[in-house]
Design a protein around this ligand. Structure first.
Ligand SMILES: Cc1cc2nc3c(=O)[nH]c(=O)nc-3n(C[C@H](O)[C@H](O)[C@H](O)COP(=O)(O)O)c2cc1C
Length: 157
């Protein structure tokens, strides 16, 4: 009976739309930040993000960070403040900052480290799976930004 047109289907909490703040940025790693230090950042972030309900992706390559953060607005605001004061990177450039009611793009990732060469694949995969039109628009904006300012060239300065 619930499959009949006009009847709502059973709620699927896993894909529920919630109010999420998104913060996407690029930054330049400080002198001396290597793969070992990045692994430390990721380990700390994963523990902290679980507690805060934050998910996302961190990309590191050519001395540049690219991070997609999504979570409850109050928690994301706290993290943004911490990121701006973190001396392990400089020149934090915000690419996207928005608050929307939508599904999470990376529901199972409390902060996944991705190789720089893979970032386009990650974003294109997300774009292929995205049904929410706001997610599609945000992903297209980021891909467009990557096309105009490739990560590798950012890291060379
Ligand atoms: C590139 C980069 C990414 C980071 N990502 C996160 C993150 O996802 N979550 C997190 O809690 N801290 C992250 N941190 C660490 C924060 O900047 C900060 O050191 C940490 O949240 C502790 O902040 P607090 O002392 O203000 O509580 C990151 C740091 C860097 C340099």
């Amino acid at each position: 009976m619930f499959d009949e047109p006009g009847f709502p289907s059973a709620p699927d909490w896993e894909f529920a739309e919630i109010t999420l703040q998104t913060f996407v940025y690029c930054s330049r790693a400080a002198e001396g930040i290597d793969d070992v230090e990045v692994a430390r950042i990721v380990e700390f972030s994963q523990r902290r993000n679980v507690a805060r309900g934050i998910t996302g992706v961190l990309v590191f390559g050519s001395g540049v960070f690219f991070q997609w953060i999504e979570g409850p607005p109050a928690e994301v605001e706290k993290l943004i403040a911490s990121l701006h004061g973190d001396t392990r990177h400089n020149d934090v450039v915000a690419l996207d900052l928005s608050v929307e009611k939508r599904e999470r793009l990376y529901p199972g990732w409390e902060m996944e480290l991705v190789e720089a060469d893979d970032i386009r694949t990650v974003l294109h995969d997300a774009l292929d799976c995205a049904e929410d039109e706001k997610n599609v628009a945000a992903l297209k904006r980021i891909l467009q930004h990557l096309d105009t300012e490739p990560l590798a060239s950012l890291g060379r300065n």
